[in-house]
Design a protein around this ligand. Sequence first.
Ligand code: SF4
Ligand code: SF4
Length: 382
Amino acid sequence: MAERPVAQGPSSPGRPLWLLAELTYRCPLQCSYCSNPLDFAAQHNELSTDEWIDAMRQARAMGAVQLGFSGGEPLVRQDLETLVAEARKLGFYTNLITSALGLNETRIGALREAGLDHIQISLQAGDADVAAAVAGSPKAHAKKLAMARAVKAAGYPMVLNVVLHRHNIDDIDAIIALCDDLGADAVELANCQLYGWAHLNRTGLLPSREQLEAAEATTQRWREALSARGRDMRLLFVVPDYYAERPKACMGGWGAIFMTVAPDGTVLPCHSARILPMTFPSVREQSLETIWYESFAFNRFRGDAWMPAPCRDCDERHQDFGGCRCQAYLLTGDPTATDPVCALSPDHSLIEAAREEAAADQRSAHELTPRNTHESKVFCRA
Ligand code: SF4
Ligand code: SF4
């Protein structure tokens, strides 16, 4: 039986602007910070090419303009070029978010011909040994560098994304130098968001405050040096939530602008949300329009009527929307709680405790739990 929506927040939500198409959870790498669900190995029933095209058509008809192809590794799907071409015909601005594993000159050419607008490649580190330990592959780093050069040679604007954590953050000078050498147009130095596999490994990933401050200072020095050289390479440094005083405005608000379709067709307000103790609808069973406007799941945390104290009386509630529901649930067991990252949250001591726990965790990058099918099966049985 369909769940009934509850009236929450704005009576008429705006249109989705962003569609994230998680084409698959399959991936050749094993990043210990991957945000994919712990039980991804239980997911086999990927949407077909036609089902994806239908979902894209629906999203575009609703007004979505940005389309990200993500995963897992989206290049695992051999129909990626077909989907890109269809997205282009529909009028989306398209972005491929990839590890570059599965990329080659032929596919770069085919994606260009299909009309792909933009490519974002992830790097694990500046140093090949650290990259191998984090990604679980000794060869991936060299492949990524070669493909980053090929992407630039093909004339694409390129963003390099580096997930920062305690095992690579001290290497930030070399990381930025490498990105500069590769010709990146922008670099996201994104401190690890602690969801999925990253939450499982969080005490072994969280950097110290000293590491963080040193990395920010190095990034600032690079900004000044790049500017002095006239080199246009934007550096975006994303501070980890666990060292912030206020939470991020997660996804620009729940069900406000962003819609994710997971590999099996589950529709989510953000890619992490399927961990929450609630049922999310599927594009195989309902239209995206019905899901966006009418489903219980998309209305549950819209607006501010659902908020507990202290958020409900806080002047900042329309800036951060009470923070992240996934983070609130992972830390407190209550998805309606104020995000404990907020210094005003009654649960903020959980963040302080997690920082202390992390300081006592001496594991090397090799000792973290890898994101792979074998480990995932443990959570499929749980
Ligand atoms: S974070 Fe790593 S393991 Fe996860 S999908 Fe991306 S490349 Fe694959
Ligand atoms: S109390 Fe709630 S609304 Fe206020 S700053 Fe903290 S998380 Fe944001």
